[in-house]
Design a protein around this ligand. Structure first.
Ligand code: SF4
Ligand code: FES
Length: 151
């Protein structure tokens, strides 16, 4: 995937920001399905349980950007220090998951329950109706039912 000026269209990352001199990464825990693409892709940069959990300066910015783009849910975003961000994938693709989620990539305009329009490049959309963070999957579909705990 290539890169483009972050000013068009208006992509607004959500979640916590993790700045470094060359690239800033955002992580929105409400959209993470724990697929671990980030941890596998750049284990020094992305570490669950460490504070801060993301240290972008521990890898080249182009590597960090590439790993962020692997995140299927849009829980991760980035912006390079030169103002460039993520270009849209063409054509748009949809992947229907067995748990109900729909993974989508493209030049997206998503309507939230309050009617606002969200510009996106990647998202896991909720198709099961359980998410408290619509239109996005919040991983409710893959959590064990209440009362069931790991033995
Ligand atoms: S959903 Fe994204 S942020 Fe969450 S573990 Fe997977 S790749 Fe990382
Ligand atoms: S599809 Fe995951 S919470 Fe609905």
């Amino acid at each position: 995937m290539t890169e483009e000026p972050a000013t068009t269209p208006a992509l607004v990352p959500t979640g916590c920001d993790y700045p470094s001199p060359d690239i800033t990464v955002w992580y929105d825990a409400r959209r993470c399905r724990h697929a671990a693409e980030c941890v596998r892709g750049a284990p020094d940069v992305f570490q669950v349980g460490r504070k801060p959990r993301i240290l972008p300066e521990l890898a080249d910015a182009s590597v960090v950007a590439e790993v962020v783009r692997r995140c299927p849910t849009g829980a991760l975003h980035y912006r390079r220090a030169d103002g460039t961000g993520e270009a849209a994938q063409t054509p748009t693709t949809l992947e229907f998951r067995s748990d109900g989620a729909i993974w989508i990539r493209g030049d997206l305009r998503l309507e939230s329950p309050d009617g606002s329009i969200i510009a996106e490049r990647r998202a896991a959309l909720c198709g099961c109706g359980q998410s408290a963070n619509g239109p996005f999957c919040d991983a409710a579909c893959i959590r064990p039912p209440a009362g069931i705990t790991d033995a």
